[in-house]
Design a binder for this molecule. Sequence first.
Ligand code: ADE
Length: 265
Amino acid sequence: MAPPHDDSKLETADESLSASNRPISTVLIIIAMQTEALPLVNKFQLSQAVDSVFPKGVPWVRYHGTYKDLNINIMWPGKDAVLGVDSVGTVSSSLLTYASVQTLQPDLIINAGTAGGFKAKGACIGDVFLVSEVAFHDRRIPIPVFDLYGVGLRQTCSTPNILKDLNLKVGKLSTGDSLDMCPQDESSIFANDATVKDMEGAAVAYVADLLKVPAVFIKAVTDVVDGDKPTTEEFLENLAAVAAALEQAVAQVIDYINGKCIAEL
Ligand code: ADE
């Protein structure tokens, strides 16, 4: 029997085709830490939204404004209500991405942030990477197929022209909910062939994939994971300077995408 004719599915396919061929209009930038977000808020002269469109009481902060032809929204998950620190990690970033996409209907997601880098894979402090694929390294489920679900490997939006035209390094990203790296995480990161590790990327990619929004990931290296210095010390020492490098790279990407459609990136 022929499958029933489903007009709604056909329309969706047409819509997504035209979406990748019309100029990008609304950009959603997901950033976990305030120190990473503020240089970009200043660069694009964004203002903090006053009447939140999000549920009452959530700490999420939206900075928005127009830059050239783009409607830019930076979403920061805000400070933990009890502890007062940035709400880093996969749980808050996936919730924030979901709610932001539902509300803002962006054409493109940019997940920007800092990351640990592996010098064995060519990463140095201050390098900025455009990520080619993302996976998790702390979701170990040693049962066939669940193991692959745990790793959650996803390709990022293909951006050959950004890579060709901007001076960014390219590498794979591995995500987990810890800043440090235990031996099990280390072997998963190695299996993921990752050059950089962070605490949000694969979670943002999961939601972007669910909701079919193209996503790119820009990660700047604050600490060398396979180096001699303790991670926390090196991270805190370099955070402000590397946030400035991140701002420059994201601004370059924003300038590049202005007036272009997804298929031209
Ligand atoms: N963000 C910055 N440095 C990191 C690291 N070493 N691991 C996870 N996230 C990071």
